[in-house]
Design a protein around this ligand. Structure first.
Ligand SMILES: [Fe+2]
Ligand SMILES: [Fe+2]
Length: 136
């Protein structure tokens, strides 16, 4: 059973950004499934690493898009990304130290909220701006 499902309610109206968000949700589900099925430290660690890498790529892509399109709240959006990056890095450090037992159900539900609350909050606030600019 997946942790989090994509729905149109999560769409920010920009296909390239929706695709990246979908990919991140997919990695969260992989992490969750791996945890539930008792995958070993290496396998689960790889998924976590991929999630962190695609998160970093996505944040950079989104920040560039916001800057290029003249979005006024870019700096506060960047700060929010930096905080999210710190949070997932701290989960990664915990994982490196204690292994798969760091991936608990509360940690997974934290990560679910970590991503969806940002998409539904800060990301959704740029929606009308980017759509009006015709950004794809
Ligand atoms: Fe964002
Ligand atoms: Fe985003």
């Amino acid at each position: 059973m997946s942790l989090v499902k994509w729905s149109d309610a999560l769409s920010v109206g920009v296909p390239s950004l929706d695709d990246q968000h979908k990919k991140m949700l997919g990695l969260l589900n992989q992490l969750h499934d791996g945890m539930m099925s008792g995958k070993d430290k290496m396998a689960l660690g790889e998924v976590l690493k991929t999630l962190i890498a695609s998160t970093a790529m996505h944040f950079k892509y989104e920040e560039d898009l916001l800057a290029r399109s003249g979005y006024p709240d870019g700096p506060s959006h960047r700060n929010e990304h930096a905080e999210l990056a710190r949070q997932i890095q701290s989960i990664r450090r915990e994982y490196e130290t204690i292994g798969p037992s760091a991936m608990t159900i509360p940690v997974m539900s934290f990560l679910k909220n970590w991503l969806t609350a940002h998409i539904l909050g800060a990301d959704m606030r740029y929606r009308s701006h980017l759509v009006a600019k015709g950004v794809k």
